[in-house]
Write a protein of this length. Sequence first.
Length: 491
Amino acid sequence: MDKENPNILIAEDEYELREICSEALQASGYNVFEASNGIEALNILQEKDIALVLSDIRMPEMDGIQLLNQIVMENIDVDFIIITGFGSIDTAVETIKKGAIDYLPKPFNIDHLRLQVDKAINQRLEREEKNILDKRVQVLKLSQDLNKHLELNTLLDEFLFHIEKNFSPSSTGIFLKADQSNELKQARASGKLLYADSTTLNIIRKLCKETMEKQHYKLIDPYTIKKDAYLYSLLRDSKLNYSMLFAPILKQEACLGVVVLMRDNTKSFYTNDDLQLLKVFTSQTASAIENAKLYGQLQVMNQEIIRSLTQAVEAKDIYTRGHSYQVANYATQLGKRLGLTSGELSQLYYAGLVHDIGKIGIPDNILNKPDTLTPEEYSIMKRHPELGKNILLQVKSLENILPIIYHHHEYVDGNGYPDKLRDSQIPFLAKLISLVDAFDALTSDRAYRYALSVPEALSIIQAKAGQQWDTELIEIWVDIVNKENPKVNIG
C-alpha cells in the first residue's frame, strides 16, 4: 500500500453521493477510484492495489454483499466498509461477520466519513508494518538456519521445514536443475495434492519448466487463470479448486531450480503477499544451495585425494592392504553406536582412511621389517603421526581431522605418543580410532606375525583397559564385535 497516497475505491450507484465522498477523500490526500456497481468495483480491485473499499449495500448488477462475498472468495487483500441506509443495521452487522471491518450508516457527514477512513487506513498501516517485521524475522531465521548446513540434503530438509512452517501448503515441490542439462529433477516433495493424478503432475512439471526458463513468479488459482489465456487453455479441464505459487530459485542470472506450493480450498488461497515472501525465501536459499553444491564438489575432490593418499600408504606395505578402509568402517560403526553426529561420523571415516598417512615417510626396511623393531627403529616409526599431520596440513578442508591423526597412538594412562596425553586430554575421536586400529591390526596378518583370532584380539585389548584404551569404549566395541560381526573384507 502506498503510505503517502493510499488507494480507496468507492462503490456507490448514487452519482452525487459518490462524487461528494470522492472529492472529500481526495482533499484528504487519498487516491480515489469510483464504481457504480459491484462488477465495476471487482474489475478495479483486480487491476489496482486498493487499500480500502467503501461500498453501498444496494447496487445494480452486483450489490455490496455480493461484492464482499466475491472479495473473500478470491482472497483479495483489501479492507471493506459497508455503507448502509437506516433500518439496515442488522444487515451491516452480518457483513462484518463475513469480513467487513466496519459500517457507515446513512445519512453521514463528511467529517464522520474522513474519521472512518483515516481509522481504517491507520489500522491497515499498522498491520502491514507488523507483517513486514514478522517477515524480516522469518527471513532472518531462515538465513540463520540455512547457514548451519553445508550438505545439500540437510539444507533442503531445512528449507522444506521453513516453507511448510511459514506458508502452510497442502503440498510442496522443490525441483533442482540438473548440473549437466536443463532438466528439473524433483529434490523434495510433501503432501498428496502434488500427486493428485498424473495429469496434474504433468501440468505442474510443465509450469515448473516454464518458470525456470522465463524466470518469473506466478500465482495461480481459479480466478487468475481466467485472465491468462495460456493458463486457461492448460488448466480449464483440471477443475482447479486450489491455489499455487511458482517461484524460481535465482542466483544472479542463473536459475538453480523451482519451488511450487499448493494449497487446497480447505485453506484460504494464496495471495500476492505470499508470492512476494516466497520470492525472498527462494532468494535467500539460492546462495545456500549453490554453496552446498560447491561443498559437495569439494567433498568429492577431497575423497579422491584421500583415496590416493590411502593407496600410496598401502603400496608401501602390502600387509596393510585394506587396513585403512577397515579402520574407517570400524570407527564409523562404533561412532554410530555412541550416537555421534553425522559430522563426527564423517570425521571418523576420513580420519580412519588416512590415520597412517605418515607411514609414507617411514623407510621401507622399518615399515616391512619381519622382526621386532630396535629402539632406534621404533623411535623412527613413532614419528608417523607427526608426519601424517604435516602432510595433511596442506589440505585445508581436512584440518578438523588433524588432531585425530596426530593423537591416535596416545594411551589413556599417559604412556602413548607423541605427546603422552592422558585420558580426557586425548581427543575423543582419536580414542575411537586408536581402539579399532589396534583391533584390525591384531586380527590381520603382519610382516612379523600371522593374524590373531577375534577372541584372542579382544582378550589382549581387554587386558589393557584403562591403560592403553578407554574401558567403556572397549566394552561397547566388544559388544559390537560379538553381536554385529562388523568385519568388512576389502577386495
